[in-house]
Design a protein around this ligand. Structure first.
Ligand code: ADP
Ligand code: ZN
Length: 724
């Protein structure tokens, strides 16, 4: 069964590789062992029980404290044609009855259930009659009174667990504190060996702290280049939330407030609009966030100081679950600190001491000059292994924050001049970045020398530069925002002067360096226009079905489409997040958008070769097929004939299969060897000494008498027996 988990990962979920610890946890569960899994938000906990659930023939129960989370998970699984149902107080009697029947008939593979519902007699009675293979406790920290979210009903889960002695018990949480972990282990009677702890570093989150000076404008600066992005802005008070939401709305942003002062109905509406991409920004108090599974939250901003590192970490954790770069900016002020200190001074005894400790830890993080991940990780008892992360403001800060912008300033000024000093900044930036937007073509600006001369920078950076040039009197803004060259710019245009800029610590926009840090070539160079079209299509389909857009495809899938420009439906299977079911459901619709777009924009060349990508992907499939066929008794010789490749290719597939954590049928390997036992021993001795990777050494030591093919067979044999 273990072998099949990777297939399910690709075929059903559409992912090529496991994230850290997923494979280990899945193996553990498939062997019906218990596990406590501690992974940060976005680490990929759900797959740890969803894949076993699909491989077991019995039911997987998932206890979850929040109805919204249950619904979300069920919806995502339904999009994959997985039969999952939920039981809780929000369902109508009809829906409830239907779900119960799905469970009773053995049709449902996963049952999400609220703890109160699970304890009810009729649920117990239903479950006593069916085979349960896995008992999952999501958000397991709710068991602990030390946690921030203790739920008394969770305490009773230990007893329920004992009702399913044949099921694996899997507890999952993103809570990092040791005390809570211990509590969970004790309550559920789990041993240390059953604990799986992932690193808490979220390396796709960019961390930035800015001095809070003129917060509204700082927020506006930050948002300026993020028109279509989803994000959360946290404030301390309800009043502040309402004010800021109002201001942002005035500025034309799509924004809704969220705090405990709103009716629960209104809160639900606002949250739903955010999840469905009807609203981009939520301004909220800490009341917002639990139960939000939205993977494409691109930024989290702290308008006010968070209460402590733990809540800060939890809040920024809501950004970038999909693994794409996301920005976390905190506005830090001395007077906020004083306010917090004042509150602490009102507390007493131990409580006061604890609060002081929390504040100290937070200040250490905020005031540090070293990489921010060092104090952050150390708070959670993890040592950050590097000196720099390259994904925080401190790691990328330039001495004195002064940078030389001469090259880009010259490009910008030349472009403004060449276009006749009669255009606003959006158009100028488009020209610089080589856009083929209608307005560019209509004015034949694609023929300008400056067209495409500034592709190295993102829009936001050009925008920042324009503001700097205006500040320094090189440019001015005329009527309708038309950019004009000032006298002072002549020296730059002639090339005999330099421009330096200061980016002070109040800046909430990203510097060139900061902006450039993205995880992949795809993220750096996808086609923004196509991405927007694909997003529109996704939203259209989602609205028709009344589901959140991300359950159709995550952003990453759309980014890859906007990078590879696939034109055959079958090619989509190689992309992130595309499994068989979604390919069938949505493939054609998205291919249609891509074809139209590439035709309209006369795009012939792919940025990345989709053929390569498809080939890579096919190889992943092949080595799994080969590995399985081999274990089923097929010989290496037979497999090479069947696949029309050389033996060594089959050996390579088997090696990949082995290195993926599968076991190999050892007898089948030696069968393929034509060496005598004595020769086999000789080779093994060399591998013992030098390790099995040193083929050339072995070849030479054996006086070149044993060929590489034979050495490879022995290598595989050696590695496979070590795995045992
Ligand atoms: P958590 O519950 O730990 O916060 P999720 O299970 O919601 O995390 O996973 C976060 C995101 O990562 C989801 O969008 C999920 O589909 C995706 N994901 C999970 N595992 C993988 C994987 N192996 N490869 C790529 N994406 C993955
Ligand atoms: Zn850093």
């Amino acid at each position: 069964m273990i072998e099949q988990s990777k297939e399910v990962l690709k075929n059903t979920f559409g992912y090529d590789n496991f994230r850290p610890l997923q494979q280990e946890v899945i193996n553990q569960v498939l062997q019906k062992n218990d596990a406590l899994v501690i992974m940060p938000t976005g680490g990929g906990k759900s797959i740890c029980y969803q894949i076993p659930a699909l491989l077991f023939d019995g039911l997987t129960i998932v206890v979850s404290p929040l109805i919204s989370l249950m619904k979300d998970q069920v919806e995502q699984l339904r999009q994959l044609d997985v039969n999952a149902v939920h039981l809780n107080s929000s369902l109508s009697p009809e829906a409830y009855g239907y779900n119960v029947r799905q469970v009773k008939k053995g049709k449902a593979k996963l049952l999400y259930v609220a703890p109160e519902t699970l304890m009810m007699d009729r649920t117990q009675e239903m479950l006593s009659k069916i085979k349960v293979d896995c008992f999952t406790i999501d958000e397991a920290h709710c068991i602990s009174e030390w946690g921030h979210d203790f739920r008394p009903e969770y305490r009773q889960l230990a007893e329920v667990k004992n009702q399913f002695p044949d099921a694996a018990c899997l507890a999952l949480t993103a809570t990092a504190t040791p005390r809570v972990r211990e509590d969970i282990k004790k309550t559920l009677e789990l041993s240390d060996t059953e604990e799986f702890i992932a690193s808490f570093d979220r390396d796709n989150l960019f961390l930035k702290v800015a001095d809070k000076e003129d917060p509204l404008n700082q927020v506006l600066d930050f948002l300026y280049t993020r028109k279509n992005q989803s994000g959360i802005i946290y404030c301390l008070s309800r009043r502040q939330v309402d004010e800021l939401a109002f201001e942002l709305e005035q500025e034309g942003y799509s924004v809704k407030p969220y705090h405990a002062g709103l009716s629960s109905r209104q809160r639900a509406i606002n949250q739903r609009e955010f999840i469905r991409d009807d609203v981009s920004i939520i301004v909220a108090t800490i009341a917002f966030g639990m139960g939000i599974n939205k993977p494409n939250v691109r930024f989290v901003m702290h308008y006010d100081m968070p209460q402590n590192i733990e809540s800060y970490y939890q809040q920024i954790g809501r950004a970038g679950r999909d693994g794409l770069r996301s920005d976390c900016v905190l506005l830090f002020s001395y007077s906020d600190t004083q306010k917090v200190k004042y509150f602490i001074s009102k507390k007493e005894g131990n409580e006061q001491k604890v609060a002081e400790k929390h504040l100290d830890a937070l200040l250490k993080f905020l005031e540090t000059r070293e990489c921010r991940r060092i104090p952050l990780m150390s708070y959670f008892g993890e040592k950050y292994p590097n000196e720099e992360c390259g994904m925080c403001d401190n790691c990328l800060s330039v001495d004195d924050n002064v940078e030389d912008f001469t090259i880009q300033a010259k490009k910008m000024l030349a472009c403004v001049k060449e276009a006749g000093e009669s255009w606003g900044k959006t158009h100028i930036i488009n020209v610089l970045r080589g856009s083929k937007a209608q307005k560019v073509l209509e004015n034949e600006h694609e023929k300008l020398e400056s067209h495409g001369s500034g592709k190295e920078w993102a829009k936001g950076q050009w925008d920042q530069l324009i503001r700097m040039l205006i500040r320094q009197d090189y440019l001015s803004k005329g009527e309708h925002g038309v950019l004009q060259i000032e006298q002072k710019a002549e020296g730059i245009l002639k090339g005999n002067e330099n421009i330096f800029g200061t980016l002070d610590r109040t800046s909430t926009t990203m510097t060139t360096e900061e902006e450039s840090r993205v995880g992949s070539e795809v993220e750096a160079n996808y086609d923004e226009g196509l991405f927007e079209e694909l997003r529109k299509k996704r939203k259209e389909i989602a609205d028709e079905k009344g589901i959140p857009p991300y359950t159709i495809f995550p952003d990453t899938t759309l980014l890859e489409m906007a990078y590879y420009y696939p034109k055959e439906k079958e090619h989509l299977i190689a992309l992130y997040g595309v499994g068989k079911v979604k390919l069938k459901k949505y493939g054609a619709l998205f291919i249609g958008v891509i074809k139209n777009y590439t035709r309209e924009h006369s795009i012939k060349e792919n940025k990345g070769s989709i053929e390569e990508k498809v080939k890579e992907h096919a190889e992943i499939e092949t080595y799994i097929q080969v590995g399985k066929a081999f274990n089923d008794g097929q010989s290496i010789e037979h497999l090479s004939e069947e696949h029309g490749v050389k033996d060594v290719t089959i050996l390579k597939h088997l090696k990949d299969y082995l290195q993926d954590g599968h076991e190999l049928r050892i007898e089948g390997i030696t069968e393929a060897s034509s060496l005598s036992l004595r020769q086999q021993d000789e080779v093994t001795k060399i591998y013992d000494e030098k390790g099995p990777k040193m083929l050339k050494v072995a070849y030479d030591r054996l006086n070149k008498k044993i060929g590489y093919d034979q050495l490879r067979i022995m290598q595989l044999y050696y590695m496979a027996s070590q795995e045992k």
